[in-house]
Design a protein around this ligand. Structure first.
Ligand code: ZN
Length: 238
């Protein structure tokens, strides 16, 4: 079962649960803790918090686009996105917590009020892909669940709903295949058929373990709990 096959209401529910999961990790951090590093190199928790807040604001722009037909991109440019995060990271802890809460509420409101007929409207992702605006449910789901782990205070891939972990792995492998990466790499998730990333290339590396540990590794968040291949480096995903 993939995320995209779920009814829209359920997809939005999983995104909201991810937001709650992120918010819970965030609530456990003191203001001082926000100055510390995340799992993402070069980003403090303040950078991450700014990014997660501005991501929700950017998704709101896609929902506006779908609702009005007036093209409003997620970000004006990759540079603008980067500058916004760097400047956001200089805000106070209180301001960043507010930004998170406020943008979560705005996105939720836009999801709740988008007319049924507008959910199929096409919008463009930051990577330039045209997708129906309903894809914002998955875009936000990925962000909040993975970045909750990136906060580095106890978030675990093992806490993700299975459908999120499954769909994430499908996304990552698909991205590798599109970029022609991962020759020789075979993923062996416990209880599943092995996945050869480039089926025509001879196997050179096997990475195996629970679904959570393989997805974590594939997403570039380290080898935690793998039963094989822990020394291997994953190809870049994004
Ligand atoms: Zn992100």
């Amino acid at each position: 079962m993939s995320f995209q096959d779920l009814p829209l209401a359920e997809r939005l529910l999983i995104a909201r649960r991810g937001t709650a999961y992120f918010a819970q990790r965030l609530a456990e951090l003191t203001d001082d803790d926000l100055n510390s590093d995340t799992l993402l190199s070069g980003w403090s928790r303040k950078h991450l918090l700014a990014h997660v807040g501005y991501n929700a604001a950017a998704l709101c722009r896609l929902l506006d686009w779908a609702a009005t037909g007036i093209e409003t991109p997620m970000y004006a440019s990759p540079e603008q996105r980067g500058t916004e995060i760097d400047e956001g990271a200089t805000l106070s802890a209180a301001a960043l917590r507010n930004l998170f809460d406020h943008t979560v509420a705005r996105l939720d409101e836009k999801w709740r009020h988008l007319p049924a007929s507008a959910w199929h409207a096409q919008v463009r992702t930051a990577q330039g892909r045209l997708v129906p605006v309903s894809e914002t449910a998955w875009m936000r789901t990925r962000e909040v669940w993975i970045h909750a782990v990136d906060l580095g205070n106890g978030g675990r891939f093992g806490d993700f709903p299975d459908v999120v972990a499954d769909s994430l792995l499908t996304d990552i492998v698909g991205m590798w295949q599109k970029k022609d990466l991962g020759a020789g790499l075979v993923l062996e998730v416990d209880g599943c058929a092995p996945i050869a990333v480039q089926p025509d290339s001879p196997t050179s590396t096997k990475v195996g373990g629970s679904l959570a540990s393989v997805v974590r590794w594939a997403a570039g968040r380290g080898a935690v709990g793998l039963t094989s291949g822990a020394d291997a480096q994953p190809p870049r995903w994004l």
